[in-house]
Ligand binder design. Structure first.
Ligand code: BG6
Length: 541
């Protein structure tokens, strides 16, 4: 992210626009590195997320100087465990056997600020003990009095309400409005399983917390290339004027995964499915970022207001029954990358007759001035051929086709259908941006050949690309909620997908099966085929 943008995010452009370039850089470095002390409490410390994402992200932040040694990181869970047991377990899972000496030394230093406290979520006295302990640990590490605290709720969602009430009873939630920023609560997904439950959960949290204390995490927003969507659109002059109904033929968003239900995930997944697990949050957030209008300021409220307008304007892509614009599928056995994969119904903890969707595709529209009439096609699923997330913008053909398009193999060329210009934003793997356009094939005739211009992150940047959780945790520590989902965005997303969920759960629509390792059921292709369009098959090098 560019300096200007960072400065705008941190302080408001108007306050610092008078600084010269050197002062700006210094100010940027200050705002990231000297952030003072912050205590971090992780509820659900024995869980997979803590070991796989949260502690590694905090370790990275500490290595880079973003988290100072006066900031205690306290794991909270139900089991009895000593600080050393907690540290050793994490060390084994994060460092493994292969870490170099420097990493081990850095870890040992970081581990000194790691602690574990046992809390039974429903026992009031445990919260009082936790409050006392937190203050003691802050004093022990030399943190300032009144240090901001971040509480990360990485437990089962059914425990969120109890945890927040416990914090409240123990006096850990500041009552004075002016001090409210001293407690920030990060809430992991899923945030509800439909509109009603999301609203209820929100009410429960709001009984004790203010909206600006709640950070609803969607880790997609922490991905470097997802943030780059905004910079690419609003920091360049030549693409943005084309991103509208006059020039764009259609937009496709694919979030595909080759994994299935590894790690015993089938139990959770079968209560969720592709629509709730990925489309309602990650995919709709990508859609909001690619569809939104430029914000007046690069700040949390303005950006989220613009995203919200897109989510409010979502419409089914066609009139008539839901089956005309939303399809679902489930994987049967097949081959993924030449490896045999069992059917979803055979997966551990999945009921053998489950009708849960592991794939969803939708055709939507954004009913506003910019996008009216442009189809947006979304798809996501498990056990597809590759792990790849990308946004593909296909432009309209030039008004008159003056040249013949050819496809050549050596000197042998065939005339083919004209190819439209395409802009592809690849989010993962190998983050890149590429552009397909037409050029004259050298020779005596006017023949057009489609070519691609690539920009590959790895080729251009050598600096550390932060993991999504690193970036998002740093933002919470800084009190910046730009990359977190506001409640109204979340409700708008649920409101849009709820009728589809109801329709599927009433059993009204058949479930199509697709062999593992393919691009989903045939119905997904039919969504586009009627208009002569096709999904772009991601090309992986
Ligand atoms: C999570 C979903 O939110 O996102 C998972 O619960 C999914 O099912 C994951 O695998 C995908 O994230 P990423 O970063 O691997 O694309």
């Amino acid at each position: 992210m560019g300096i200007m943008t960072l400065l705008q995010r941190n302080s408001g452009w108007h306050q610092i626009s008078s600084l010269n370039q050197t002062e700006r850089i210094t100010k940027m470095a200050d705002s990231y590195l000297n952030m003072g002390d912050t205590s971090i409490l992780i509820f659900g410390a024995s869980g997979d997320l803590t070991a796989r994402k949260l502690i590694p992200a905090l370790f990275q932040l500490s290595r880079q100087g973003y988290l100072n040694e006066r900031s205690p990181v306290i794991g909270v869970a139900r089991r009895d465990k000593s600080d050393d047991e907690f540290r050793n377990e994490l060390k084994a899972s994060i460092l493994g056997d292969a870490a170099d000496t420097e990493t081990v030394e850095k870890w040992e230093k970081f581990a000194r600020q790691l602690f574990y406290r046992r809390v039974d979520i429903s026992t009031e006295a445990d919260y009082h003990a936790l409050a006392e302990s937190t203050t003691q640990l802050e004093q022990q590490l030399g943190a300032q009095e009144g240090t901001p605290r971040v509480v990360y709720l990485a437990t089962a969602p059914s425990l969120f309400d109890g945890a927040v009430r416990g914090l409240n009873v123990a006096g850990m939630i500041p009552t004075d409005r002016k001090l409210s920023d001293r407690l920030r609560v990060v809430v992991e997904k899923p945030f509800g399983h439909d509109f009603e439950s999301a609203e209820l959960l929100n009410e429960q949290l709001r009984n004790c917390l203010r909206e600006d204390q709640i950070y609803r995490i969607d880790h997609y927003l922490g991905k470097e290339t997802v943030q780059n969507i905004l910079l690419f659109r609003f920091g360049n002059a030549f693409f943005e004027p084309l991103l509208n109904r006059n020039h764009v033929d259609n937009v496709q968003i694919t979030v595909s995964e080759s994994i299935g239900m590894e790690g015993g995930r089938g139990g959770y997944y079968d209560t969720s499915g592709a629509l709730r697990d990925v489309l309602q949050n990650h995919v709709l957030q990508l859609l909001a970022l690619i569809g939104m209008d430029p914000p007046a300021l690069f700040q949390a409220r303005e950006i989220r207001d613009e995203k919200m307008k897109v989510l409010q304007a979502l419409r089914p892509g066609s009139t008539g029954p839901i089956t005309k614009w939303a399809v679902r599928g489930q994987y049967s056995e097949g081959l993924v990358g030449k490896k045999p994969a069992i059917a979803y119904r055979e997966e551990e903890r999945v009921p053998p007759k489950s009708n849960r969707e592991t794939f969803v595709a939708m055709h939507l529209g954004i009913d506003n001035w910019r996008w009216a009439g442009v189809p947006f096609y979304l798809r996501t699923g498990k056990r597809l051929p590759h792990r790849v997330s990308e946004i593909v913008i296909t432009f309209k053909h030039p008004p008159l086709n003056l040249f013949s398009t050819v496809e050549c193999d050596g000197d042998l060329c065939n005339i083919v259908e004209a190819r439209p210009n395409q802009l592809v934003l690849r989010i993962q793997p190998k983050e890149s941006i590429f552009l397909r356009f037409s050029t004259k094939r050298p020779g005596m005739q006017y023949q057009v050949q489609p070519v691609a211009m690539d920009f590959d992150y790895e080729d251009h940047f050598t600096n550390h690309v932060p993991e999504a959780y690193e970036r998002l945790l740093l933002d919470v520590i800084r009190g910046d909620s730009t990359l977190f989902t506001r409640s109204d965005e979340l409700f708008a997303a649920w409101k849009f997908v709820d009728p589809v969920l109801d329709f599927w759960e009433s059993g009204s629509s058949g479930l199509e099966f697709y062999p593992a390792g393919t691009w989903g059921p045939a119905a997904a292709d039919r969504l586009l085929a009627e208009t002569g369009r096709r999904w772009r098959e991601p090309v992986l090098t």
